[in-house]
Write a protein that binds this ligand. Structure first.
Ligand code: IFM
Length: 473
C-alpha cells in the first residue's frame, strides 16, 4: 500500500505555540500574551513567553525535521512580530527572522507552508475593535502584503487562516481562548463576516502579488459525522448531517466554507441570522470567494451516526470504554476517510490534511527514549483511512501531522503533548519520540510500511465502535 507519487508528508506548528521570544524583533503583544497574564485563564498560569524557544533554536529544529525526512513544514507567522501594532509600521527584524527560517528550510530540502493567521491577533488592533471592526479585513490584507512581498520569492504554499471556528467560537463566544469574550450571536455574525472578508482579501493579495506561482488554501476545522455502516442511506444521512447547521454557535462547516468556496452563505444562516449581516454583505461575497487551490482540513475526531427515524442521522450509541486520547478526544480514524470524501464531493477542491494528531501522556523512559505507541497506532489507523479515500477517488495532496514539537496547547498550557518530538520545557532539550522514527519510515516508504486497512490482524484491530467490516465497500 502506498500513497500517490508526490504526496506531501509534513508536520505543523504555530507561532505562539512554539516561538517564545516575545520581546525579540520588536514584536508587539498579541491577545494571547494578554490572555495568558489574566489569572485563571490558562492551566498552571502557563504562557507562551518561552514556549519551545523556537526563535532561538529554529536551526536545530530544522535539522530535526531534516533528520526525520519531512518533505514539508507548516508554520505560522506571528502577525505582531511582523507588524507590532498590527497595521502600519513593519518590523524589519521580524520579517528577517522568517527570512532566515525559510532559507534554513529550503537549505534542508523542506518546503515551507506558511499560515498567515493562527490566532495570535495583535493586541493593538484588538483595542481598536478587533475582528468586530469592519477595517479588520483590510488590516489583515495589509499584513499579508508585507509577508508576501518579503517571502513569496521562496514561499509558494499559503494558508490564509487557521480554524476560524475555534478562534471565533472559543475566543469570542464561549471565552475560553483569547481574547476571552462572550459576545452575542449578532456580533458573532459580524465577526465571521469580517474574518471571511479578511480571508478573501488576503487570498487575492497573495494571488496578485506573489513572485512565484502561489498555491493557496485555508484550514478550517472539519466537523465530520461518519456513518456507522457502509450503507447508502446511512452514508447520505451522515453527509447531510456533516453539512447541516443545527445549533446557534459556530461549530459547523458550511457557515465558513460555503461563502469561501461556493460564494454563498448557507440558507440556515441567512434565515436565522442573516438580519445581522452588515449592509452590502452580498457584494462582499465576491471578495470572500477567491479562487482556491486546495481545502485544508484539520481533522482530529468525528462523531458516528446511524439512521434514525425519517432517514435522518442520529448519534450512534457511544461504546463504554471507547478509545480516547489524553485530551479525552474520541479516536475515530474513519474521519480521515469520510471527511476528505464528503468535503471533496461538496467543494470539488483537492484536500490537504493540514492537521491530525493526538495528545498523549508521553515521558522520557529510563533508557532515555520516549515511547509513544499510541501515537503510532493513532496515526497509522488514520493514514489507512486516508489512503482508502484516495483509492476511492478523493484528491488528497498531503498530510501534516500535528504537531512537530510538544508545545503550548492554548488554555491547556503545556499539559497536552501533541509532538512527534518531545520537549523538556525546563531545559529545552528535544528528543524525537519513537513515533517520529516511525513517521520517518512512513515518509521514506511513501506509506508502504502501513498495513492495509482491515488486514494484518493483531496490528490493525478494530477500536471499540469502529466496524471496518461494515465500513468497507
Ligand atoms: O494545538 C491546536 C492547534 O493550534 C489548532 N488545531 C488543534 C490543535 C490541537 O488542539
Amino acid at each position: 500500500m502506498s500513497f500517490p507519487t508526490g504526496f506531501v508528508w509534513g508536520a505543523g506548528t504555530s507561532a505562539y505555540q512554539i516561538e517564545g521570544g516575545i520581546d525579540k524583533h520588536g514584536r508587539g503583544p498579541s491577545v494571547w500574551d494578554a490572555f495568558c497574564r489574566t489569572p485563571g485563564r490558562i492551566k498552571h498560569g502557563d504562557t507562551g513567553d518561552t514556549a519551545c524557544d523556537h526563535v532561538g533554536r529554529f536551526r536545530a529544529d530544522v535539522a530535526l525535521m531534516k533528520e526525520m525526512g519531512l518533505g514539508a513544514y507548516r508554520f505560522s507567522i506571528a502577525w505582531p512580530r511582523v507588524m507590532p501594532d498590527g497595521a502600519g509600521a513593519v518590523s524589519e527584524a521580524g520579517l528577517a527572522f522568517y527570512d532566515r527560517l525559510v532559507d534554513e528550510l529550503l537549505g534542508a530540502g523542506i518546503t515551507p507552508h506558511v499560515t498567515l493567521f493562527h490566532w495570535d491577533y495583535p493586541l493593538a488592533l484588538y483595542r481598536r475593535g478587533g475582528w468586530l471592526n469592519p477595517s479588520s479585513a483590510s488590516w489583515f490584507a495589509e499584513y499579508a502584503r508585507a509577508v508576501v512581498d518579503r517571502l513569496s520569492d521562496r514561499v509558494c504554499h499559503w494558508i490564509t487562516i487557521n480554524e476560524p471556528q475555534v478562534f471565533i467560537g472559543h475566543g469570542h463566544f464561549t471565552g475560553e481562548h483569547a481574547p476571552g469574550l462572550h459576545l452575542p450571536m449578532p456580533e458573532i455574525v459580524r465577526i465571521v463576516h469580517n474574518v471571511l472578508r479578511a480571508h478573501g482579501l488576503a487570498a487575492r493579495c497573495i494571488r496578485e502579488n506573489a513572485q512565484t506561482k502561489p498555491v493557496i488554501g485555508w484550514a478550517p476545522v472539519g466537523i465530520v459525522s461518519s456513518p456507522l455502516r457502509f450503507d447508502p442511506g446511512e452514508i447520505e444521512a451522515a453527509r447531510v448531517k456533516t453539512f447541516a447547521i443545527e445549533r446557534q454557535d459556530v461549530w459547523n462547516n458550511t457557515w465558513f466554507n460555503d461563502p469561501v468556496l461556493l460564494g454563498t452563505y448557507p440558507q440556515e444562516i441567512l434565515s436565522t441570522l442573516g438580519q445581522h449581516l452588515p449592509d452590502g454583505w452580498e457584494r462582499d461575497l465576491e471578495i470572500i470567494q477567491q479562487p482556491m487551490d486546495f481545502l485544508g482540513l484539520n481533522l482530529y475526531q468525528g462523531s458516528r451516526v446511524t439512521l434514525g427515524d425519517g432517514a435522518v442521522a442520529t448519534p450512534a450509541r457511544q461504546e463504554v470504554g471507547r478509545a480516547r486520547t489524553a485530551f479525552g478526544w474520541n479516536i475515530t480514524p474513519e474521519v480521515l476517510y469520510w471527511g476528505p470524501r464528503f468535503f471533496f464531493d461538496r467543494y470539488k477542491l483537492p484536500i490537504v490534511i493540514t492537521e491530525n494528531g493526538l495528545a498523549n501522556l508521553d515521558w522520557v523512559g529510563l533508557d532515555g527514549r520516549v515511547q509513544d505507541p499510541q501515537r503510532i497506532d493513532y496515526t497509522a489507523r488514520h493514514l489507512q483511512h486516508l489512503l482508502r479515500a484516495i483509492r476511492d477517488g478523493v484528491n488528497v495532496g498531503g498530510y501534516f501531522h500535528w504537531s512537530l514539537l510538544d508545545n503550548f496547547e492554548w488554555a491547556e498550557g503545556y499539559d497536552q503533548r501533541f509532538g512527534l518530538v518531545y520537549v523538556d520545557f525546563a531545559t529545552q532539550q528535544r528528543i524525537p519520540k519513537e513515533s517520529a522514527k516511525w513517521y520517518s519510515e512512513v515518509i521514506r516508504t511513501n506509506g508502504r510500511n502501513l498495513a492495509p486497512l482491515g488486514e494484518a490482524a493483531g496490528s490493525v484491530r478494530t477500536l471499540l465502535g469502529e466496524r471496518p467490516e461494515e465500513a468497507r465497500p
